[in-house]
Design a protein around this ligand. Structure first.
Ligand SMILES: [Zn+2]
Length: 481
């Protein structure tokens, strides 16, 4: 029996176009999925789309189309980005409008209700539709959510169902205490511990269906629809066919160390709310939550159309190609800290590390190899520990540093030893040097496999066939998108 591994991204709301934050999360998760496969795991890799809720409903109404038409159309943009980023072919895609998801969301509700953690109450609250979270006055500035200053805070005054989140403080604190690396990075685990320590408020999990009909009906009470988190978060197990497909659930969720990627604005939802919901339904917790930092425009300014600093991942891919975008997102955006991105920094990285760095080395070395060496499949030896450590710790930026250090080193050695001159007077010595460089280039190809899969394939097969490939990274003029 193969060891199993479960991995999911969050499911983006499909009320807007995909942005660079989605691209970062997709690519990082894809590297992990590919790396685990190479380690011999049977991997279940999931993503999908969150298609219910107020924002979707309002978006469809404002365009005068049905919510279903609206989500069908918008979901395609996300699927398009996944393929543009060269994601693993076997990735699963769950939509919260899929039948199997609807069955799962209702069943999770029933179980949590039967265990006594769902109740009904009349309440008033301030709600940010941008965050899909209730807000206390202290979290608002001038009665606006600081993260969504363009949205009006909604006043909710109705009878809704509530989840008894407050009952899970001790259990969540136990979960964090017993799993030191439950949330990655460390400072995010501390942040969520402090949040839970400060006391938990029950949160509402339904809406009146006559006001917001676009949702899954509450079991046994069709005047209400299940609202947001009890719907969306269930997708991580509905994708496995839970509750009907017990084999799959046990194989990948119970025994697959379920690992979740998300952005820092999802810390509470993934590492506290979802975990409490799982405990409330007597289901095992996730194993690990990895929290990405925010990506901003130049100078740390939030990307927005008004400021004009939005970096569109699709235009980058169209101009520079899939693997160049993967490279940039993985190496030049810090995994946990906030990072700023500009078209210019992308251009610089592309030129110096891909055109002049990797691309140039491959072409230079394989020209010589094709001319002077026999065809061999190199025995590349061991993968450096520094690289493996970085991969195990989700530091794909450091793994890339390790690869590009090796590229510079080989470049430098070729310039110093000049095998292209040496070949005339001391051919055996020159060939020995070349073989050494080609072998190390092969190792680079192996290390690039999860990071830049197509590039890796070109490098490895060119060495195996001893044939120089066509130009891998075209020199390009500065683009104005
Ligand atoms: Zn908000």
């Amino acid at each position: 029996m193969k060891k199993t591994f479960y991995l999911t991204t969050t499911l983006p709301y499909v009320n807007a176009r995909p942005h660079i934050g989605h691209a970062v999360e997709y690519v990082r998760a894809d590297v992990l999925a590919r790396y685990k496969k190479e380690e011999g795991y049977d991997v279940f890799f999931n993503t999908g789309s969150d298609e219910h809720g107020q924002k979707i409903y309002e978006g469809a109404m404002s365009e005068g189309i049905s919510p279903q038409e609206y989500v069908d159309r918008n979901t395609e943009n996300f699927k398009f980005l996944l393929s543009a980023l060269g994601m693993s072919d076997d990735i699963h895609f769950i939509r919260t409008t899929d039948d199997k998801h609807i069955i799962a969301a209702k069943e999770l509700w029933r179980r949590v209700k039967n265990n006594g953690y769902i109740y009904k109450k009349k309440y008033k609250s301030k709600y940010c539709v941008g965050c899909e979270l209730e807000k206390t006055d202290s979290e608002l500035i001038d009665n606006k959510c600081p993260d969504h200053p363009n949205l009006e805070i909604k006043l909710i005054d109705e009878e809704n169902y509530f989840f008894k989140f407050s009952a899970f403080q001790a259990k969540l604190l136990d979960l964090y205490a017993n799993n030191k690396n439950f949330v990655i990075p460390d400072f995010r685990q501390k942040e969520i511990e402090n949040f839970v320590k400060s006391g938990l408020n029950d949160f509402s999990i339904s809406r009146l269906s006559y006001k917001m009909p676009w949702g899954i009906p509450v079991p046994d009470d069709h005047e209400h629809v299940i609202y947001v988190w009890f719907d969306a978060l269930t997708s991580y197990i509905s994708t496995l066919g839970w509750p009907t497909d017990n084999d799959n659930f046990s194989k990948y969720w119970v025994n697959g160390n379920p690992t979740q990627y998300c952005g820092q604005d999802n810390l509470r939802q993934q590492s506290a709310m979802w975990q409490a919901m799982l405990i409330a339904a007597n289901l095992p917790n996730s194993k690990r939550i990895i929290i990405n930092g925010f990506v901003t425009g130049d100078g740390g300014i939030k990307m927005s159309k008004t400021v004009g600093n939005v970096i569109d991942p699709m235009s980058l891919q169209e101009y520079y190609g899939t693997d160049s975008v993967r490279y940039y997102l993985l190496r030049h955006i810090h995994p946990w800290e906030g990072s700023s991105v500009t078209y210019n920094s992308f251009y610089q990285a592309y030129n110096s590390h891909l055109v002049n760095g990797l691309g140039n080395l491959v072409s230079r070395l394989l020209t010589l190899s094709e001319k002077y060496l026999d065809k061999i499949v190199p025995n590349f030896g061991n993968i450096p520990e520094e690289y493996t450590d970085a991969m195990e710790n989700f530091r794909y930026d450091i793994a890339c540093d390790c690869i590009w250090d090796l590229i510079s080193k080989i470049d430098k050695e070729i310039s110093e030893t000049e095998p292209f001159k040496l070949i005339k007077d001391e051919p055996e010595k020159a060939k020995k040097l070349l073989r050494n460089y080609v072998t190390r280039l092969y190792l680079i190809g192996v290390m690039l496999r999860p990071i830049m899969p197509r590039t890796s394939m070109v490098i490895l097969s060119s060495i195996e066939e001893n044939k120089k490939p066509s130009i891998m990274f075209e020199r390009k003029p500065v683009a104005s998108f």
